[in-house]
Design a protein around this ligand. Structure first.
Ligand SMILES: NC(=O)c1ccc[n+]([C@@H]2O[C@H](COP(=O)([O-])OP(=O)(O)OC[C@H]3O[C@@H](n4cnc5c(N)ncnc54)[C@H](O)[C@@H]3O)[C@@H](O)[C@H]2O)c1
Length: 267
């Protein structure tokens, strides 16, 4: 039996946990005995997640945060320690996209906002999160949500993909800096996942991403949350500095649909 009991009583902050995969992580972590600080820009969404977690007898608290703002991130981490007495882990998950735009037409406000959340926000989360975990003196974990887009360019998404690539390398440096203090730092790279990040995008546009997915479907938020739970638990004690793709094989290469000589094997 898979045993996640090492998670019981652990205190974790999850940014962007009012929605999508952060919400799935918050509920999954809480279901496994963690005390979860739900940190999100959107108070209604974040407080609803806390309500849902408490409704099934688990523990969570909400704090509003804009992860691109240093004072907010510091306040968020202080809140976790004041509320629960320590910090064991932080998931730097909040992220935003923007309308596809070629580089030469990109307004610099997009650059400041998107890299502010997707790159600076993760740096700030590690900066203040690591300090609080170090002070708690029991090791811990940091999980950063990058993206499949962190490995390769995507037309029209320069700021997003460069920020997500930065998160992968930042994860490695942070892993080196904190390994001797038993703080494991890892990144998750989801493929296209069914969350609210897609906003009002037409369904056929979202579905078009399936064409590049060897498994032929998009990810469910719960599939990302399950990976995060594994990384947070003592089932991954020697795993640090790594990047786990949860993308149905997308990052493995190119789909060619090669014809089989003996297709009946699949019947
Ligand atoms: N959904 C996908 O296809 C996909 C694929 C790869 C990576 N990702 C990444 O996964 C992470 C989570 O995305 P999601 O799909 O669950 O998105 P989502 O839009 O469903 O949830 C993101 C949450 O972050 C919050 N948020 C936005 N800006 C914030 C800020 N400045 N400070 C604090 N909170 C803020 C939002 O209010 C929202 O609740 C992001 O980093 C995203 O880039 C998503």
């Amino acid at each position: 039996m898979t045993d996640f009991s090492s998670c019981i009583g652990k205190v974790v902050v999850i940014t962007g946990s009012g929605s999508g995969m952060g919400k799935a992580m918050a509920k999954t972590f809480a279901d496994n005995g963690m005390k979860v600080v739900v940190a999100d820009f959107n108070p209604e969404a974040g407080m609803k997640v806390v309500e849902d977690i408490k409704a099934v007898g688990n523990e969570a608290s909400f704090i509003q945060v804009d992860v691109s703002k240093e004072e907010d991130v510091k306040k968020m981490v202080d809140f976790a320690v004041e509320t629960y007495g320590k910090l064991d882990g932080i998931v730097n998950n909040a992220g935003i996209g923007y309308p596809e735009t070629p580089i030469h037409e990109t307004p610099m406000e997009y650059y400041d906002r998107v890299s502010g959340v997707d790159q600076r926000g993760v740096f700030l989360g590690i900066k203040y999160g690591a300090e609080a975990i170090l002070k708690s003196k029991n090791g811990g974990f940091i999980i950063n949500t990058s993206s499949n887009g962190g490995f390769q360019g995507t037309e029209g998404m320069a700021i997003y993909t460069m920020s997500k690539a930065a998160v992968i390398n930042l994860t490695k440096t942070a892993a080196l800096e904190y390994a001797k203090h038993n703080i494991r730092v890892n990144a998750i790279c989801p493929g296209t996942t069914k969350t609210e990040i897609w906003g009002m995008a037409p369904q056929e546009y979202i579905d078009s991403f399936c064409r590049n997915v060897p498994m032929g479907r998009l990810a469910e938020p719960q599939e990302i949350a399950n990976t995060a739970l594994f990384l947070a638990s003592d089932l991954a004690p020697y795993l640090t500095g790594t990047t786990i793709t949860v993308d149905g094989g997308t990052n493995s290469g190119h789909i060619r649909n090669v014809t089989w000589k003996n297709p009946e094997i699949d019947k």
